[in-house]
Design a protein around this ligand. Structure first.
Ligand code: GLV
Ligand code: MN
Ligand code: MN
Ligand code: MN
Length: 413
């Protein structure tokens, strides 16, 4: 038996092949959750798995599992992977890098004829992004028992599609994948991902050993005023929800992040009703994505946000409703898995640091059911959720080599 080794060219080629599925003219991908493109990517991964005689399974959330047997198949598997869905104008590496690197690890073990004590499974989680169907990390949340998928049955997507129909079509598209129940005992979970921020590149580090994930709150703000004629309604007679919403956004941007360097606040989606050029809108809705590593600070910021929105609404005589669309507490990873990854990075002489993830990941929910940690690699200028996302081939190779090394260590300790 030779030592298992990552074939960096094969992995690079795979990343390119998958980037063709849902490719956008600007060089990114649009492979949103449960779309035909997502199905095509899942199918390709399942075919690659069958060609290597690995087992292929899916569960009721269409989480896709690829299994390589261990010496004792009754032992709980070690799970490695990420997601294959993307943002609408997403990059080629967010999710795909972790999933395809995990598959490369299985292939490297297979090429070397290496036996692992327990099985190893690659996973591609369903709907990590939450852009087409909110919330995100649905597949891993349901797998970890942190949410009942029944609540999403009547959900409609940003394109009007039915979640239930799209999930059923996705499951039906892989008839050869054996169905298994949601959730199972695991010996651990390791996810490789791009950092999606600038720190590793700036500090010249090859690897981030991720110790946890900051908290996220998604709010939907609905500001209701009075519809009116754009040409005839003088200022004193207006209750314009757009003016109120702009005031809210301005105040929020001027206060939340400037007063707390660890806070993040983003308005990513805005809609007006009825959305007519020559009508004062009746209502405006917008999304807020708010993040902080401290649960207490996150609560406090959400309190401030609510106060600012109500005050700005009142100035325009508008009512304000604020609904929570997603609430994810900060998560802390398992010290033993963090140590395993860090020690593996040292053995490979990869310069690394410990860090908290600014983005949420499926690992957040896996951490509730198994010893979990993540590996980050740098991406150019920290750019992600953007078609320009780019990862140097050397970083891809470093990340995959470390995933292999950590996987072997985690299955043998
Ligand atoms: C996941 O994509 C996130 O928004 O952190
Ligand atoms: Mn991702
Ligand atoms: Mn993402
Ligand atoms: Mn993500």
């Amino acid at each position: 038996m030779t030592s298992p080794a990552i074939k960096a060219e094969r992995l690079q080629q795979r990343l390119e092949t998958f980037a063709d599925i849902g490719a956008t003219p600007a060089g990114g991908v649009n492979r949103q959750a449960l779309s035909p493109e997502d199905r095509e990517a899942r199918r390709l991964l399942a075919e690659l798995a069958k060609a290597r005689r690995f087992g292929v399974f899916q569960d009721a959330m269409a989480n896709l599992f690829i299994r390589r047997s261990g010496r004792d198949d009754r032992l709980p598997p070690l799970l490695i992977g990420s997601h294959l869905d993307s943002q609408p104008t997403g990059g080629r590496f967010d999710g795909a890098l972790g999933t395809l690197s995990a598959f490369e690890v299985l292939e490297a073990l297979e090429d070397a004829g290496a036996q692992t004590p327990s099985p190893i499974e690659v996973v591609a989680w369903t709907n990590e992004e939450g852009s087409r169907f909110a919330p995100g990390v649905m597949g891993s949340m349901a797998f970890a028992g942190a949410a009942d998928p029944a609540q999403w049955q009547s959900l409609a997507g940003s394109d009007g599609a039915s979640f239930a129909d799209e999930l059923a079509a996705t499951l039906a598209a892989l008839p050869e994948a054996a169905m298994r129940p949601l959730g199972m005992p695991l010996s651990g979970y390791i996810e490789l991902h791009i950092e999606q921020g600038p720190s590793l590149e700036k500090e010249g580090l090859a690897i981030g050993v991720v110790t946890g994930v900051q908290g996220t709150r998604w709010l939907k703000v609905t500001v209701t005023g009075e519809a009116g004629h754009a040409g005839t309604t003088p200022l004193p007679y207006r209750r314009d929800p757009m003016v109120a919403a702009v005031g809210m956004m301005h105040q929020l941007q001027a206060s939340v992040m400037p007063s707390d360097a660890d806070a993040r606040l983003t308005v990513g989606r805005i809609a007006t009703i009825p959305g007519s050029v020559n009508a004062i809108p009746k209502a405006v809705t917008f999304s807020l994505d708010i993040r902080h590593p401290s649960a207490g600070r996150l609560d406090a910021i959400v309190g401030d946000v609510q106060a600012i929105c109500r005050a700005e609404g009142a100035k325009q005589g508008c009512s304000v409703e604020i609904a929570t669309a997603f609430d994810m507490a900060p998560g802390v990873f398992a010290p033993e898995m963090i140590d395993t990854i860090e020690a593996a990075a040292r053995r490979l002489s990869l310069p690394c640091k410990r860090m908290v993830s600014g983005a949420f990941h499926d690992a957040l929910f896996l951490a509730r059911v198994a010893p979990t940690a993540m590996i980050f690699v740098p991406c150019r200028n920290g750019i992600s959720h953007n078609e320009a996302e780019y990862v140097e081939p050397a970083s891809i190779r470093d990340g995959a080599r470390l995933l292999l090394e950590a996987t072997i260590a985690a299955t043998t300790t």
